[in-house]
Write a protein that binds this ligand. Structure first.
Ligand code: NAD
Length: 264
């Protein structure tokens, strides 16, 4: 451990288990001395999150379902009471009905469109507002996005639309809170094998395709995302806000598959 985040306190939302991207961020931040509060969605996840919290010395482990705004308010009330203020948040929350993460985007239902947008996009804005009220000396906010926001990924469908709106929210929030020295950024991760990732139909095919066709010829890991979360949460990125930072082995720069792959 070293001390890049010594004296800093923050909230990491979205740990479901040890494969979660949020867990990669929590570990990296705690390893550099940050004090971390975690949230979990429902008691089934709580049972998995509490032992992970113990590993990083996190004693604030709070229930939160972003569809129930009272639970979001309670999290920030608890943080205010325990710590007075916070320095960073990591939002790694998304949901869509897996029945609509396949087939045609055009078949998306109104009900699932709305629910996907509220959980996967608007929750970041609601959380950012509450977090900003506790950031007395500037701060950093990070959310997680995916390249399906700007380019069509098979089966990603409504989640791609939600991520596009989430990325636009990052820019608006960065403008809103910049004058208070609160920075707002997103990490755009390549495919990672997680619960949410597995909800997208044919995830395994996309996973393998991106590994074979990215410049680094590798898949993204939660530790790689954790490293980027540490950079964006710390003073190392003090001049950076409103960015969509890719951690995807470079896949986003490619315009066509690797030629050797095509010849196979
Ligand atoms: P994950 O399943 O480990 O985490 C998703 C989290 O969202 C879970 O902890 C779940 O409890 C939480 N969540 C869902 N609905 C919620 C609600 N109503 N209230 C509170 N929490 C809720 O999967 P992950 O892949 O680590 O996902 C984290 C973030 O990373 C998501 O925003 C996802 O879209 C994004 N992302 C994932 C990938 C990937 O390939 N796995 C790639 C790029 C971006």
């Amino acid at each position: 451990m070293s001390d890049l985040m010594k004296g800093k306190r923050g909230l990491v939302m979205g740990v479901a288990n040890h494969n979660s991207i949020a867990w990669g961020a929590a570990k990296a931040l705690a390893d550099q001395g940050a004090e971390i509060a975690l949230t979990y969605q429902g008691e089934a996840f709580g049972k998995r999150v509490r032992p992970l919290a113990d590993k990083i010395g996190s004693t604030l482990v709070l229930p939160c379902d972003v569809e129930d705004i009272a639970t979001v308010d309670k999290v920030f009330d608890d943080l205010r009471e325990a710590w007075g203020g916070i320095d960073f948040i990591v939002h790694a929350i998304a949901f869509s009905d897996r029945n609509e993460l396949k087939g045609l985007y055009a078949e998306t239902s109104r009900e699932n469109f709305t629910r996907t947008m509220v959980i996967s996009c608007f929750s970041f804005t609601e959380i950012a507002k509450r977090a900003a009220a506790l950031m007395n000396n500037g701060g950093s906010m990070i959310t997680m996005t995916y390249g399906g926001s700007t380019r069509v990924m098979p089966n990603y469908n409504v989640m791609g639309v939600a991520k596009a709106a989430l990325e636009a929210s990052v820019r608006y929030l960065a403008s809103d809170y910049g004058p208070r020295n609160i920075r707002v950024n997103a990490i755009s991760a390549g495919p990672v094998r997680t619960l949410a990732g597995a909800g997208v139909s044919d995830a395994r095919l996309m996973f393998n395709y991106q590994r074979r066709n990215s410049p680094l010829r590798s898949n993204t890991t939660i530790d790689q995302v954790g490293g980027a979360a540490l950079y964006l949460s710390s003073q190392l990125s003090e001049g950076v806000t409103g960015e969509i930072h890719y951690v995807d082995a470079g896949y986003n720069i490619m315009s066509m598959p690797d030629l050797e792959e095509l010849k196979k």
